[in-house]
Design a protein around this ligand. Structure first.
Ligand SMILES: [Zn+2]
Length: 312
């Protein structure tokens, strides 16, 4: 998960048109999320969300493709709500008034959408909203409909939203490919835990992330091994030039993949920040190999400092 700024893109027109206003009025009158129609699920909304999220799931950062595995997820579920124990909250008809709310819509892969389903845990259950705030004319108070409004934030959701929260404040990645909620004084942050449990820790993603890390290590190990094989005074200079160039390619690949448009960019952000932990520590058993890889990285980093500063 990476932070996204929705203000950089226009709200899709069909969410501002009269038919949508009318549909919202009807849902508010009926107080029933099941009456929400497919206006929110239009190609225009999907296109805009995919563009904003670089074709990635808002939760797990897997690439999702238009028309195939894209789901539009209601951050606050539109009909029926389940609590932290995944039990349906009796008497809650869903956040039906947010069914067409642009800030409540996130692009999601099928898997995250189905795992999250109607689950929307909050810190204190008796602070949950069951109905919208209406103005005297029975129209919705739009200022209290925005996901980042203080009004809705007061509900203190326990699922991260990439448009409100900074995911890096809640998670770290491990070299095993797992995600670990950040602890403060030994106490795990509940919001990180629930998000991880719902979206981030499924086996296929752990393996995919670990494969990425292992792949970088394997490439670098191969290049370092090649350098030391049959090394002598005569070929040293040439071999050094080769290993520098090959290692640079791998480091560049890691850096480039930390760009927000690439799959698992958050993982790559962590690899760049803690490259010693993710990559270099794997060379610990052979000190001269470790020294070389660290030196090559320092040289790469100094040479690309401007690039790094722009990016990180
Ligand atoms: Zn996903």
């Amino acid at each position: 998960m990476i932070s996204i700024d929705k203000s950089t893109i226009d709200k899709p027109k069909n969410l501002t048109h009269k038919p949508c206003e009318k549909a919202l009025d009807e849902v508010i009158k009926s107080k029933n999320g099941e009456k929400i129609n497919s206006i929110y699920n239009s190609a225009k909304v999907k296109d805009s969300l995919l563009k904003l999220y670089n074709n990635k799931c808002a939760y797990c950062e897997q690439i999702i493709t238009e028309g195939f595995s894209v789901r539009i997820d209601h951050y606050r579920p539109k009909d029926k709500v389940k609590d932290i124990d995944k039990k349906e909250i009796i008497g809650h008809n869903g956040y039906y008034w947010l069914g067409y709310e642009w800030t409540n819509l996130l692009p999601s892969c099928e898997r995250c959408n189905s795992l999250k389903s109607n689950i929307f845990p909050i810190e204190v259950e008796n602070q949950r909203f069951y109905e919208p705030e209406l103005l005297p004319n029975n129209k919705i108070d739009t200022s209290k409909q925005l996901i980042d409004s203080d009004f809705l934030k007061n509900e203190k959701p326990l699922i991260l939203n990439p448009e409100i929260d900074k995911p890096e404040d809640y998670f770290v990645f491990l070299a095993t490919g797992e995600i670990k909620p950040i602890s403060i004084n030994g106490v795990d942050i509940q919001k990180g835990i629930t998000t991880k449990d719902l979206c981030g820790l499924r086996d296929s993603l752990i393996i995919a992330r670990k494969n990425k890390i292992d792949d970088y290590y394997e490439k670098l190990r191969k290049h370092i091994d090649e350098y030391f094989t049959d090394l002598n005074e005569n070929n040293k200079e040439m071999k050094l030039a080769i290993v520098k160039s090959k290692a640079k390619d791998v480091f560049s690949e890691i850096l480039t993949n930390s760009y927000s448009k690439y799959e698992y960019s958050r993982l790559h952000y962590f690899i760049v920040q803690k490259i010693d932990y993710f990559i270099f520590s794997k060379f610990d058993s052979i000190p001269r190999h470790k020294q070389l890889i660290v030196d090559l990285y320092l040289e790469f980093k100094n040479g690309s400092l401007k690039y790094l500063q722009q990016k990180l």
